[in-house]
Ligand binder design. Sequence first.
Ligand code: KG4
Ligand code: ZN
Length: 339
Amino acid sequence: MLILGIESSCDETAASVVENCTVLRSDVIASQAMEHRLYGGVVPELASRRHCENILTTVQKALADAHVTIEELDGIAVTYTPGLIGALLVGVNFAKGLAFSAGKPLIPVHHIMGHIAANYIAHPELKPPYLCLVVSGGHTMLVEVQTHTGFRILGTTRDDAAGECFDKCARVLGYPYPGGVQIDRAAQSGDAGKYPLPRPNVSGSPLDMSFSGLKTAVINMVHHAKQKHEEIDAPSMAACLQTTVADILTEKTALAAEQTGYKTIAIAGGVSANSGLRAAMERMCAERGYALYVPPLSLCGDNAAMIACQGSYNFLAGMTADESLNAYASGTAIGEMKA
Ligand code: KG4
Ligand code: ZN
């Protein structure tokens, strides 16, 4: 089975072909990150326009790299939610046109389900059920992965995502977009005990998280220091932030594992590239004898391999769409189909 995946939910135009769900035949990513860096974050209209310009050549390269023709494909999978609406519409409309003209099934994929699937490519031995911590720029959630297409959310952030917290703090510390990876780099030379930061809990919902207070605390400390003409030690602030976020996420994951009894844990999404989080999760899992699955750095951020992989499982479960498929910026729970 050969599935083409297309991803355009944010600032990466990506296409990939996978064989039999998990075998990567090609993985092409045209990133716009350096262009958005000029503006300190993603400019939605610019993102849509770049997707428009790059999508055809990206898909052509994915097919060529895989040595696969459109006729040989079994289906065309595309991210249809969540994300920037103008950006999503480019991928969805392109996939619809291609599927319609080639007479191939059209397979809508939820972006967060795609992130979860990235681990199947790197670790084909990983099989549901297990517990997955999904941490990206827009989402932070603890998910019980019941089957390849069935999920239960155990906990989520009540406000900002962990990635949003990293990006906004990086900006105020003077690091360029995308900020998470800059925090990670700077933290290597910082003192993680220098600045005390809050670790908020959501009362009555022990598996839920909140990162907006932490973000505000960092921003306020930086602003107060500026007002008093004091220097903030940016690498140490980065180290404190990274340790705090990693500890919160790891504690919540450990609690979810205790409550559900799962001993197999995975992490996924852009923030799963964070070295502090990976180390904290490794320590926690080693101490408790849990098996930990971590995607390679190449599959943590947005890519189409994960969309093609999840698309393959959706296809096997009959989760296809007709030409009326639309894109949705938000509002669709993972596992739920809205087409
Ligand atoms: O999954 P992703 O590529 O896109 C979304 O679906 O949002 O996640 C992007 C997020 C950004 O907030 C980015 O700063 C963060 O992942 N990120 C990191 C690291 N690499 C990417 N955050 C912390 N440490 C990293 N090494
Ligand atoms: Zn993503």
